[in-house]
Design a protein around this ligand. Structure first.
Ligand SMILES: *Cc1c(COP(=O)(O)O)cnc(C)c1O
Length: 426
C-alpha cells in the first residue's frame, strides 16, 4: 500500500476503514480535560469493551436473585460457564474446541502444562527459551528445572539473536536442536516475542523440536487476538496465553490453554488434578475415584471465577462478530502506516527492531532510540501518548485494529517526532 505522511491521508484511511465503528464500542481513556488518550498499550492491557459491564452485571444479578441455584438457573448457568467460551476461543487461536479451555492465569497454566509436558530424564532434561523471553516464563522454566533436581543455569539453553542483530533466526534454533537435541526435553517459545514483536513460524518450530523428540510449547500472550497462530495445524504440543492484552478481558483476567489433540485424549499423561478435571457426570458424587475428562478440560482444577469469565465472554463475542481475518487485514494496514510514518522522521536516532515483513509481526512496533531514557516516555505521556518503555532504550507501541484509528497513529508519530526534533531531552 502507498502511504502518505499527512493527517488528511490518515483521516481518509479511517473513512475507508470498515472496522472504524468498533472504536465506539470501547471506553477510550481521557485526560482531565476530556481529551482522549492516544492508547498504544493494548499489548499490556487492552481497553474495556462497553458491553463488558452488562455481561458482569448479569452474573451479579443472577447471584443476587438465585444464590447457589445460579449454578443451574442463571441465564448462563455457572456450572459449565467455561463452555460458553471454548468454541469462540478455539476459533481465535485456530484450534479444535477439544484442544482449548479457559482457566487460571498464564504462569500458573505454564506450570500445569509443564507437569504434563516437561518430563525430563537424567540425560534429556534441558529447556530452550528465547534469550529475551518474558521474565515470568524464564522464572517458570528455571523453577521447573530446579524442582526436578537440575541446575537452572546449566539446564537452560537460550536461543539468541546473532551478535549485532535483534531478531531470532530459525536456522540458529535448528543448529541448537541439531547439536544438543538429545539433551533437550522441551522448548518453550513466545509465539510473538513481547520485546521485539517478532512473530515466529510455529509450524517450523514444532518440526524442528520434534525432529529430536523435544516437546514444543508456545506462549501466546502477545499472539492471541493479534496474529493467527493456527495452533492445531502448527502441530505444537501445547500453548498458553492470557486474555487481558489483545483480548481486552480486564486486568488479571483468566487465561487460556491449548493441548494438541494428539495429547489431549491421552489419559495416561502425568497431570495435577482437582474436582474440575474429573468426569462432569459424577463430579458431585464425592466418594468415587478420579476419572479424568478428555481434552483440554482435563487440565482444570477448580471451579472458575464467573465474573472474570463474563468479561472474557463479552470480548470473545466482539471478536466473533468481527472475525480475525478482518482484524488482521486492518492490522497490517494500520501497523504498516505506523512503520511508514516512523521511517519519515528525520533522525538517525531511531531504529525499528520489529520485523518489516507483515507475516513476521503482529500489530506491535518496537522502536529502539539511541541515547534515550525513560524521560522520553514521560514526555510522550505529557502529550497523552501512552506507550510502553522497556529498558534499556525501547518503546513498544501497539496500534490495535479493534480500537486504534489511523488518526491515532498519525498523531502519535507526530508527537514522537516533535519530541525527537527538540533533541536535547532524549
Ligand atoms: C503478559 C505475559 C505474562 C504474564 O503472566 P501472568 O501469569 O498473566 O501474570 C507471561 N508471559 C508472557 C510472554 C507475557 O507476555
Amino acid at each position: 500500500m502507498q502511504y502518505q505522511n499527512s493527517l488528511a491521508f490518515a483521516k481518509q484511511l479511517d473513512a475507508q476503514d470498515v472496522l472504524s465503528h468498533l472504536r465506539n464500542q470501547f471506553h477510550i481513556p481521557k485526560d482531565i480535560n476530556g481529551n482522549e488518550w492516544l492508547y498504544f498499550t493494548g499489548n499490556s492491557l487492552g481497553l474495556q469493551p462497553k458491553s463488558t459491564e452488562n455481561y458482569i452485571l448479569q452474573e451479579l444479578k443472577d447471584w443476587a436473585n438465585l444464590g447457589v441455584e445460579g449454578h443451574f438457573e442463571a441465564k448462563r448457568p455457572w456450572l459449565n460457564y467455561h463452555e460458553f467460551l471454548t468454541e469462540k476461543m478455539a476459533k481465535i487461536v485456530g484450534a479444535k474446541p477439544i484442544e482449548v479451555v479457559v482457566m487460571n492465569t498464564l504462569t500458573t497454566n505454564l506450570h500445569l502444562l509443564m507437569v504434563s509436558f516437561y518430563q525430563p530424564t537424567k540425560t534429556k532434561y534441558k529447556i530452550v527459551i528465547e534469550s529475551d523471553a518474558f521474565p515470568s516464563d524464564k522464572y517458570a522454566v528455571e523453577s521447573q528445572l530446579k524442582f526436578h533436581g537440575f541446575d537452572a543455569q546449566e539446564g537452560l539453553i537460550l536461543w539468541k539473536p546473532r551478535e549485532g542483530e535483534d531478531l531470532l533466526r530459525m536456522d540458529d534454533l535448528e543448529q541448537i536442536i541439531e547439536n544438543q537435541g538429545n539433551e533437550i526435553a522441551m522448548l518453550l517459545i513466545g509465539g510473538v516475542n513481547y520485546y521485539t514483536g517478532q512473530f515466529l513460524d510455529l509450524k517450523r518450530i514444532a518440526t524442528i523440536g520434534h525432529s529430536k523428540n523435544c516437546l514444543v510449547g508456545i506462549d501466546l500472550a502477545h499472539g492471541v487476538g493479534n496474529i493467527q497462530p493456527n495452533l492445531h495445524e502448527s502441530g505444537v504440543d501445547f500453548a498458553a496465553w492470557c486474555t487481558y492484552k489483545y483480548l481486552n478481558s480486564g486486568p488479571g483476567s483468566l487465561a487460556g490453554i491449548f493441548v494438541h489433540e494428539k495429547h489431549s485424549k491421552n489419559k495416561e499423561l502425568p497431570r495435577f488434578s482437582g474436582w474440575w478435571n474429573h468426569n462432569k457426570k459424577t463430579r458431585f458424587n464425592m466418594r468415587i475415584t478420579f476419572d479424568v475428562i478428555e481434552g483440554a478440560e482435563g487440565w482444570q482444577l477448580s471451579n472458575p471465577p464467573i465474573l472474570s469469565m463474563a468479561a472474557i465472554l463479552a470480548s470473545l463475542d466482539l471478536f466473533e462478530e468481527v472475525g480475525m481475518d478482518a482484524l488482521r487485514e486492518k492490522s497490517e494496514k494500520l501497523t504498516g502506516f505506523f512503520e511508514f510514518l516512523i521511517q519519515q522522521i528525520e533522525t538517525d536516532k531511531i531504529k525499528i527492531i520489529t520485523p518489516s515483513n507483515p507475516n513476521e509481526r503482529g500489530c506491535q512496533i518496537s522502536i529502539q532510540i539511541k541515547d534515550a531514557n525513560k524521560s522520553l516516555h514521560q514526555q510522550l505521556l505529557a502529550k497523552n501518548v501512552i506507550t510502553d518503555w522497556r529498558e534499556p532504550n525501547v518503546i513498544r507501541c501497539a496500534p490495535v485494529p479493534m480500537y486504534n484509528s489511523f488518526e491515532d497513529v498519525y498523531r502519535m508519530v507526530e508527537s514522537l517526532s516533535s519530541i525527537l526534533s527538540k533533541g536535547k531531552e532524549v
